[in-house]
Design a protein. Structure first.
Length: 174
């Protein structure tokens, strides 16, 4: 009986002891807090990269709008987009699509994703003529470290988020 009493007394004292409780509480919240912090930083980087890509598409679209892209190849235009992207992107993964339309109502976008993978082999490049409506789209698979909280940012190639920048305008009468 005394052994049982001794064990109960030790358990009561251990339960009443408060030393180390802050350490245990920190250990319990450290992992979720770190995961949330990493997810916030990763999401912010995706939005920042998207904005930089949009600005690069807009600036490069001016070449099409003013007729300076006539005679350019898709690779040359892609390099111009990359030059405006501030070194943030791997130029070999950047893809461009330039389409010409007669009216704003007939515009359709290009989707380079087939079965969850980027398929950029048949993207159109048509700088058009004066007065035509142009749609410049720039695509980039932004690599993500991990989708820790299941935010659903990964949407292409199994490990990346597809950034799409679009500029729509009517060509100037050059």
């Amino acid at each position: 009986m005394t052994r049982v009493r001794i064990m109960l007394e030790r358990l009561r004292r251990a339960a009443a002891c408060q030393r180390g409780s802050a350490t245990v509480e920190l250990a319990m919240i450290a992992l979720p807090f770190t995961a949330l912090l990493v997810a916030m930083v990763e999401t912010a980087l995706v939005f920042f990269a998207g904005q930089v890509l949009q600005e690069a598409a807009t600036q490069s679209g001016r070449l099409v709008m003013t007729g300076q892209a006539i005679g350019m190849s898709a690779a040359q235009f892609q390099q111009n987009v990359c030059n405006h992207a501030s070194g943030l992107f791997d130029c070999s993964k950047l893809s461009v699509s330039v389409q010409t339309f007669g009216t704003f109502g007939s515009i359709t976008g290009t989707n380079p994703v087939v079965g969850g993978k980027m398929s950029t082999g048949s993207l159109p490049f048509s700088p058009g003529t004066p007065g035509q409506i142009e749609v410049v789209q720039v695509f980039y698979p932004w690599p993500l470290g991990a989708d820790m909280l299941g935010l659903g940012l990964i949407n292409v190639n199994g490990d990346s988020h597809l950034l799409v920048a679009t500029a729509v305008f009517r060509n100037e009468p050059y």
